[in-house]
Design a protein around this ligand. Structure first.
Ligand code: PLP
Length: 463
């Protein structure tokens, strides 16, 4: 590669917001933002006429792209010309997924990554880098807790954990001059507790603190946090977005609404060579170079570019295919999850069912307010007895698969205390309701009666 690559710019487009590439034509539904979610899940962010008319998005399985001539190579590297040259920073198949997800979440730009944890980590580090602090609840996905509780402190980034993310006064009391962002899951995994995004965002914005939301469990079909004030949305696209359990992935979506120049975030206002033109003596910050897409720009140009964690073109293709049926899958899976949650409330030996869509749930008012079409396919429940009963259940299932994943078309069961939340300290696990009595389900597309029969059989057989 050319020396521009060593400089760190080749292949890194300035943004993937819809204006940058002007993908739409009169014939392309990708240019019509007023279309329904179902339609945009199939068409947004992609124009077949720019790809030889290919209706299925091509897999651009190429590490690098010919830059044509020195002038274009220089323009691509400086960001003055939009285009592709090196797939670590941008690839046309991955770009289509990024545009589609930015569109569906209502953001201005998105960066796809190799996994959900890359998306969580890059977003949190990008907000808090340089000694900043984060605030988060304890009932997060296990690896997110581990990252913030024991790993990020090694890089000088500390998190103030709160017992209840919806206790706005408690969250506000933790804000210090170093606080950069609050991180929460829209629907927590596995408790299904719901975050009151609007109340949180309104308070945080009075302090110039950003709200980063992990929207993995409901997906943008059921909930779009940016509409309620979230500044950045992250996903494990491995889950409902992909939907078939066939590819890992993650995405960071920039709302474009947050002012990263408000004084709390020096990383966005300092001049940096990677977005400047030293030879011409033009020096820029990320805020100057990327405008309201500065967060996505920094995730791409600093984090993706320097730390890797690239989504492969083939995985982007698989996720685009899965995304096309997200509304249909999630409607069905969410309906079945509610049916199963209601049924479990009547099953002997079940002592508690966690599903915020249930009338008995303390979070039902929040579910009604934010999730008119349901909270998604994940639920959890507690069994009486001890860990041996949990083990007998996971050992005996036939329709459910014993798998540490969610959002698949296959229904999945797992014991979080030993698997997905194993690395979480005991008091955090208890705050998340995770102990040796808990099982998590992720409901797929099987017939509900077969799923219910499988659960009834294994629960009865465990005692
Ligand atoms: N966020 C949530 C809510 C998750 O459930 C998961 C994984 O289960 C992740 C992030 C991490 O995603 P990945 O496994 O794709 O790295």
């Amino acid at each position: 590669m050319s020396s521009d690559t060593e400089n760190g710019l080749a292949g890194c487009p300035k943004s993937n917001d819809s204006q940058a590439y002007d993908a739409g034509t009169a014939d392309s539904p990708s240019a019509q933002p007023q279309l329904a979610f179902e339609t945009r899940a199939v068409h947004a962010g992609y124009n077949p006429y720019e790809h030889n008319g290919s209706v299925s998005i091509p897999i651009y399985q190429s590490a690098a792209f010919a830059m044509h001539d020195a002038v274009r190579g220089d323009g691509l590297s400086s960001g003055e010309i939009e285009g592709f040259s090196y797939s670590r920073c941008a690839n046309p198949t991955v770009d289509a997924l990024e545009r589609r997800l930015a569109d569906l979440e209502g953001g201005v730009s998105a960066v796809a990554l190799a996994s959900g944890m890359a998306a969580v980590s890059f977003a949190l580090l990008c907000a808090a880098e340089g000694g900043g602090r984060l605030i988060a609840p304890k009932d997060l996905y296990g690896a997110s807790v581990d990252a913030m509780e024991s790993f990020f402190p090694q890089f000088g980034i500390h998190t103030d954990f709160v017992e209840d993310i919806n206790d706005i006064a408690e969250v506000e009391s933790k804000i210090t001059p170093d606080t950069r962002a609050v991180f929460a899951e829209s629907v927590a995994n596995p408790s299904t507790n719901i975050t009151d995004i609007k109340a949180l965002a309104d308070m945080l914005h009075r302090h110039g603190v950003a709200l980063i939301v992990d929207n993995t469990v409901p997906t943008p079909y059921l909930f779009r946090p940016i509409e309620f004030g979230a500044d950045v949305v992250v996903h494990s696209t491995t889950k409902g977005i992909s939907g078939h359990g066939d590819a890992l992935g993650g995405v960071v979506v920039d709302s474009g609404n947050f002012d990263w120049t408000n004084g709390r975030f020096p990383q966005f206002t300092q001049k940096e060579l990677v977005v400047s033109d030293e030879r011409k003596g033009i020096w820029k910050s990320f805020a100057e170079a990327y405008g309201n897409a500065a967060f996505a720009g920094r995730v791409r140009i600093k984090y993706l570019h320097n730390l890797g964690a690239v989504m492969s073109p083939t995985n982007a293709y698989l996720q685009l295919i899965g995304l096309e049926t997200l509304p249909q899958r999630f409607r069905r899976e969410t309906d079945t999850a509610l049916e199963i949650a209601r049924h479990l409330e009547t099953v002997p030996h079940v002592t508690q069912v966690n599903y915020s869509g249930l009338d008995s749930s303390a979070d039902k008012p929040l579910a009604d307010r934010y999730f008119p079409h349901g909270i998604g396919p994940v639920l959890s429940f507690r069994l009486e007895g001890d860990e041996s009963h949990i083990n007998r259940v996971v050992n005996a299932v036939r329709v459910f698969s014993y798998v540490p994943n969610i959002g698949d078309t296959h229904s999945l069961i797992v014991n979080p205390a030993r698997i997905t939340h194993r690395e979480v300290p005991g008091d955090y696990r208890r705050a998340a309701g995770v102990d040796d009595h808990l099982l998590r389900l992720s409901i797929g597309l099987e017939k509900p009666s077969d799923l219910i029969a499988d659960l009834d059989r294994v629960i009865a057989g465990a005692y």
